[in-house]
Design a protein around this ligand. Structure first.
Ligand SMILES: *[C@@H]1O[C@H](CO)[C@@H](O)[C@H](O)[C@H]1NC(C)=O
Ligand SMILES: *[C@@H]1O[C@H](CO)[C@@H](O)[C@H](O)[C@H]1NC(C)=O
Ligand SMILES: *[C@@H]1O[C@H](CO)[C@@H](O)[C@H](O)[C@H]1NC(C)=O
Ligand SMILES: *[C@@H]1O[C@H](CO)[C@@H](O)[C@H](O)[C@H]1NC(C)=O
Length: 465
């Protein structure tokens, strides 16, 4: 009886040592860190422990530094795991840690698969200190990753928010700063182009439009902003959200400003971009893009109601195709829509019309004169991926951001100049974007002036209110 059990114990020890040797042969790890280290059976326990994914540190609690008593006894596996900080920093590495150590004890550094020397995990992956089971799918910014055979397999899209690009711009001498935007996080560059822009490249007929008369160089103030010249009459930057309809937002914004200025402040209503998106559908594609030319023609012939009457993204929550449904009907020559406002709380269903649009010359001083005399103008521009990250300063395209671009339209409302740290004079336009007020400089941005940066001076349109 006694002999029998002794043989059994011997057998057990022998097999544990054999097992440990087998595992040991695959990796080196230094000894003497934990007092259990030299004991062959400890390694065997590790293997057993690694198969246990239950609540350990959640039950035991976490400890700082090295604390050999800060351990959890996994009774069902006759193994011990640790919940003190040392379990992750020392050798043999994170394998001593309990499986839920990362979740519960919030360690800053994530062990990667390659840092996992012991024991070989049979399945699952780690990311940011968390364990994920085999076959789990997670998102890494704009890419989706799946844990396959203990390795993350991720799609390889180019993301709109790129930490390397932000760092490159912020450490370089570009004259502007970049930032991470929550609203762009998780989007690919392709999605950014598709959902955040949405102005068709100008047609030939638009580019052939007669430019105004070139004016002689004149003395202009060093700084000008329409918001100072006509306070109360200039409309704030809008937010197109994930709707690729900058064609409608920029047109509605410039038209509203121009109507306010032309009417001497009598009509200062915000115009409904949604009215354009949903109702100006001839050769226009709503949130998938449209032409500013078409938007101006619609404003002249049909007119649009106020924002209050027809707010942005009205009823879009009812169905995904809500943007395609036009909730106002306007007839030629009528000053009011046929029915009430989509927003029943709005009182006036008045339609606002503009005079015909015209092109302003691309000459810097002609654009300045137009803005100073008559108000903000509409400009188209090339948007490269770095533009999305703009947080402040005078924007210019950085070569690092690649050469892919798409057309966007914005509102130019002023200009200025400042001297950079090299003593160079930097001239800029003040422009309003339609990505909300959290973007850029309170929804506005500045861009190099007089150099046709990103083609921003190539096509300037305006209307006489
Ligand atoms: C183990 O460590 C020794 C000495 O540090 C080294 O020579 C040997 O190549 C290592 N073995 C493995 C499998 O890494
Ligand atoms: C950017 O912002 C998102 C959302 O706020 C955040 O989850 C992400 O970690 C940030 N990325 C970087 C690189 O800062
Ligand atoms: C409408 O315009 C006014 C003045 O420009 C502004 O304060 C207000 O926020 C605008 N409303 C919307 C919904 O854009
Ligand atoms: C529309 O408004 C204009 C200008 O206020 C006015 O002259 C015209 O008579 C109005 N038309 C109708 C049909 O009420």
């Amino acid at each position: 009886m006694c002999l029998k059990s002794q043989i059994l114990i011997l057998y057990c020890i022998a097999s544990e040592v054999w097992m440990a040797k087998q595992l040991d042969s695959s990796r080196n790890f230094s000894r003497g860190l934990y007092r259990v280290e030299d004991d062959g059976s400890a390694k065997w326990k590790r293997l057993k422990r690694s198969l246990y994914q239950g609540r350990s540190c959640r039950v035991r609690g976490c400890c700082t530094g090295r604390d050999d008593d800060c351990s959890f006894n996994i009774v069902s596996r006759a193994a011990i795991c640790y919940c003190d900080q040392f379990c992750a920093s020392g050798s043999p590495g994170p394998v001593d840690c309990c499986a839920d150590y990362w979740d519960v004890c919030d360690h800053r550094v994530a062990p990667t698969r390659s840092d996992e020397p012991w024991p070989p995990l049979t399945s699952g992956c780690y990311r940011a200190g968390r364990y994920y089971g085999e076959g789990t799918t997670t998102k890494d910014n704009c890419n989706s990753c799946k844990c396959l055979q203990s390795l993350w397999k991720c799609s390889k899209e180019i993301c709109l928010v790129r930490q390397d690009l932000i760092q490159h711009i912020n450490s370089g001498d570009y004259g502007w700063k970049a930032a991470n935007y929550t609203q762009f996080w998780g989007m690919t560059v392709e999605e950014g182009f598709k959902k955040r822009l949405g102005t068709f490249p100008p047609s030939h007929s638009l580019l052939n439009m007669k430019e105004g008369n070139s004016l002689p160089e004149e003395k202009f103030p060093a700084f000008f902003a329409a918001t100072y010249a006509w306070p109360e009459w200039i409309h704030d930057p809008l937010d197109q959200q994930n709707c690729g309809a900058s064609w409608a937002f920029s047109t509605a914004s410039v038209a509203a400003d121009r109507i306010a200025i032309r009417s001497d402040g009598e009509i200062t209503d915000n115009l409904s971009a949604q009215n354009l998106i949903s109702c100006d559908t001839r050769n226009q594609h709503g949130c998938s893009g449209g032409s500013i030319d078409g938007a101006w023609r619609y404003l002249k012939t049909h007119g649009v109601v106020s924002y209050a009457c027809y707010p942005s993204f009205w009823k879009s929550h009812l169905k995904p195709s809500g943007e395609n449904h036009c909730y106002v009907s306007s007839e030629h020559g009528k000053n009011h829509t046929n029915g009430p406002c989509p927003n029943a709380l709005a009182e006036s269903n008045q339609l606002y019309r503009c005079a015909a649009h015209y092109r302003v010359s691309s000459k810097e001083t002609d654009i300045m004169k137009e803005i100073m005399d008559k108000g903000p103008v509409q400009a188209i521009m090339k948007v490269y991926e770095d533009f999305f990250l703009y947080k402040g300063g005078i924007y210019r395209h950085s070569q690092k951001a690649g050469s892919r671009w798409k057309t966007h339209s914005v509102k130019l409302l002023g200009w200025g100049a400042l001297t950079d740290k090299n003593g160079q004079k930097q001239k800029f336009w003040v422009a309003a974007n339609s990505w909300g007020k959290s973007w850029g400089e309170n929804g506005y941005f500045r861009i190099l002036r007089g150099r046709n940066e990103c083609d921003v001076e190539k096509l300037i349109l305006a209307t006489l209110g």
